[in-house]
Design a protein around this ligand. Structure first.
Ligand code: TYD
Length: 144
């Protein structure tokens, strides 16, 4: 399930999760170090997000995350410091894995969207790059 040779920084990829379909409804499950490539140390979720809200606008020194649209949809704009891309998350069976040194911005939330994030570490404000220039400097220096 977990791909080998994943770069240690500046990398994103979609992860397909298992689904158990049933006439009573679909069931998806996630196990740390099996479906996501790290032990899950924190879970948080965004909800009641205004449709015109913009979230994110930061990168992380060490944190790895997987982001899901559990309900509704939203856009994730991804920037590794050299190349920009975007992902529309709308399928609760697909997560976007984001490793360290990725600038991310989120917008275009649908009404009632729920975004769940699995994270590799507890919350630590010192792990954030909140200034884009600081993030770019870290990418250029190959900072760990
Ligand atoms: P932030 O990560 O900037 O949110 P987003 O990227 O979704 O826009 O966090 C917003 C605020 O919430 C900030 O004050 C830090 C706080 N926070 C925690 O206390 N714990 C957490 O696990 C997270 C993700 C945020």
């Amino acid at each position: 399930m977990i791909e080998q040779n994943t770069p240690s920084a500046g990398h994103v990829r979609l992860i397909d999760l298992p689904v158990v379909t049933d006439p009573r409804g679909d069931l998806t499950f996630i196990e740390g170090e099996r479906h996501v490539p790290f032990p899950i140390r924190r879970v948080y979720y965004l909800y009641n997000v205004p449709v015109d809200a913009e979230r994110g606008g930061h990168a992380h020194r060490d944190l790895e995350q997987v982001v899901f649209a559990l309900s509704g949809s939203f856009r994730m704009k991804i920037d590794d410091g050299k190349t920009k891309s975007e992902y529309w998350l709308r399928d609760p069976r697909k997560g976007l894995y984001i490793n360290r040194l990725i600038w991310r911005e989120m917008d275009s939330f649908s009404q009632g969207a729920v975004c769940m994030v699995l994270a590799s570490h507890p919350y630590d404000e010192n792990d954030y790059f909140r200034e884009y220039d600081d993030f770019i400097a870290a990418v250029n220096e190959g900072v760990k």
